[in-house]
Design a protein around this ligand. Structure first.
Ligand code: NOJ
Length: 561
């Protein structure tokens, strides 16, 4: 079955994501940096990954942690110099690790020279690089009703020319006007600049937002991201992505993965289906991150395994043989997965189960820093402790909507992006071994005394060593990479069971999302005693030919060769 999938390096790799400010501080100023990364390249390689994706390293005022770029061609002094970057690039390549840059082209920083110029006058040559409009009601109200993705209006008034500019994120992140061919040329030049330097691809930030509907019409009035129907997957998106591909990307052996909010498999196929019109290699969708919330983690609902399984089944079956999935369960925008889909009580067991659950599916796995040691939410309790602009804005919005400070803080403790942004816990020593400075730039999760890389290295059964085992298994078995996915026992609300099929091999994956013991009945045609148990997060487990009693959050992978 299914042995005709095109092989590609981007399909076979696993990617480690670094959010530089919190990864490792190499110069003792309390901030993670490239020297820190250089010192950890062997560690990254030891995980069994094949590439590093760097969240933005560029010059930035850091209003949104580097997703507000002021200079696309230079490294932020917070993180080091271009020489430091080249040392990391060379060091990564020498170890067989590819390097993927974050490409943020929907918007720039308001400190980018294009925007500073554009502000100066209505006839400035850079004016059309952005969206400037007159407001409504005698210029008292913004030009339309769009709301920022970070809450609040999506428009900011600027005194100099008496017009408003569009910003779909923070007000310090003005949106670029991609309809202007000069802007697209700038983007292509930036891509070439980094590819010529030797980087291996791009993670393209909110790439589905880059084409706005002509006339910027009012949107459906919701408090966050109103207007999205007029700019997400917008009218010229295909055209612009194809232009980037044909004019630049096709000339390099590189990969792309685009961030795509509200994406469905049907729409994704129009962008990522393989063939001459393919625009991106993969897309990051969000649907599987909504099993415990309504669209955004702030609107929290009880976790539903059935919802999660439905989404995975949909993406796995609709893309198979046509396009490629990008699989993740954490990144710098998502709270830690153990708090969401796993269990603090069964931290180790659930972390391992979740790792198997997504890495054994079809697609390229992305692993976020700290995920591999089972880091958890810090759950700060006062708004003043938070750093993230979207958390602070959303806090204000919820207070305006009538939520108490206590309730809002409870939501933030679950949902804030800052949960993913605490420094990586390297040791049980001072500042978790993240920095030699007196203080790290941000709060360190107090559980670092137990949850840290050093302790995990010393324990053969740690989450860290389980990730290594799992990634090695994936690399050594084509079925994990190229096999077809079939879901079983769809209505079971405790277990996620699926199989993979490749040539004459089969693999059975069993994941329990249950805090208690759970009964597992093997799907028809799978004799457990005939399969080889290749991965499991418990020792000495038992089974009969057609089933087993599973421990809390148990996972098992059986291979039939
Ligand atoms: C998505 C990025 O992942 C997020 O961190 C950022 O705030 C927004 N895009 C805006 O660039």
């Amino acid at each position: 079955m299914a042995d005709n999938i095109t092989r590609s390096w981007y399909k076979e790799m696993a990617v480690y994501q670094i959010w530089p400010r919190s990864f490792c501080d190499g110069n003792g100023d309390g901030i993670g940096d490239l020297k820190g990364v250089l010192s950890k390249l062997d560690y990254i390689k030891s995980l069994g990954v094949d590439a590093i994706w760097f969240s933005p390293l560029y010059v930035s005022p850091f209003k949104d942690h580097g997703y507000d770029i002021a200079d696309y061609r230079n490294i932020s002094p917070d993180f080091g110099t271009m020489e430091d970057f080249k040392a990391v690039l060379d060091g990564a390549h020498a170890r067989g690790l590819k390097v993927i840059m974050d490409l943020v082209i929907n918007h720039t920083s308001d400190q980018h020279k294009w925007f500073l110029e554009s502000k100066k006058s209505k006839d400035n040559p850079y004016r059309d690089y952005y969206f400037w409009r007159k407001g409504r009601l005698g210029n008292k109200l913004p030009p339309n009703d769009w709301k920022s993705n970070f809450a609040g209006d999506a428009w900011e008034f600027d005194e100099t020319t008496g017009e408003w500019y569009l910003h779909l994120f923070a007000k310090e992140q003005p949106d670029l006007n991609m309809d202007n061919p000069k802007v697209r040329q700038e983007v292509k030049d930036i891509m070439k600049y980094w590819l010529d330097m030797g980087v291996d691809g791009f993670r393209e930030d909110v790439i589905t937002y880059i084409s706005k509907k002509e006339g910027l019409p009012d949107g459906f009035p919701i408090p966050i991201a109103a207007g999205m129907e007029h700019y997400n997957d917008g009218p010229h998106l295909h055209e612009y992505l194809r232009e980037f591909r044909h004019d630049v990307l096709d000339n390099y052996d590189c990969m792309t993965v685009g961030e795509a909010p509200m994406m469905t498999p049907e729409k994704a196929l129009k962008h990522i289906a393989e063939g001459p019109d393919q625009e991106l290699n993969m897309m990051f969708n969000f649907q599987h991150m909504e099993a415990d919330c309504l669209f955004v983690s702030w609107v929290h609902v009880p976790f539903s395994l059935k919802k999660l399984k439905k989404v995975y089944n949909n993406w796995q079956t609709k893309l198979y043989g046509k396009a490629w999935n990008a699989n993740y369960i954490e990144n710098h925008d998502q709270p830690r997965i153990i708090n969401r889909y796993g269990s603090l009580k069964f931290r180790e067991e659930s972390a391992k189960m979740l790792a198997v659950m997504y890495i054994c599916q079809s697609g390229t796995p992305f692993i976020y820093q700290g995920q591999e040691i089972g880091m958890t939410n810090i759950g700060l309790t006062e708004i003043g402790q938070y750093d993230d602009v979207s958390t602070r804005n959303t806090y204000q919005l919820f207070r305006k909507l009538g939520f108490s400070d206590r309730k809002t803080m409870e939501l933030a403790a679950y949902a804030s992006r800052d949960n993913a942004r605490t420094p990586v816990q390297w040791t049980a020593g001072k500042n978790a071994g993240f920095t030699t400075a007196d203080k790290a730039w941000f709060h360190i999760n107090p559980n670092y005394t137990e949850v840290n890389v050093e302790a995990a290295e010393a324990d053969p059964d740690s989450i860290l060593n389980f990730y290594r085992q799992l990634l090695k298994f994936r690399k050594e078995h084509d079925i994990v990479i190229y096999g077809q996915f079939i879901e079983h026992d769809h209505d079971n609300d405790k277990l996620f069971v699926y199989s993979r099929h490749y040539k004459d091999q089969r693999m059975l994956v069993v994941c329990s999302f249950c805090e208690n013991k759970a009964i597992f009945k093997a799907p028809e045609g799978f004799d457990l005693n005939e399969g080889k148990l290749v991965l499991c997060n418990y020792k000495d487990v038992r089974q009969s030919a057609n089933g087993a009693i599973l421990n809390p959050y148990e996972t098992r992978v059986y291979l039939y060769e």
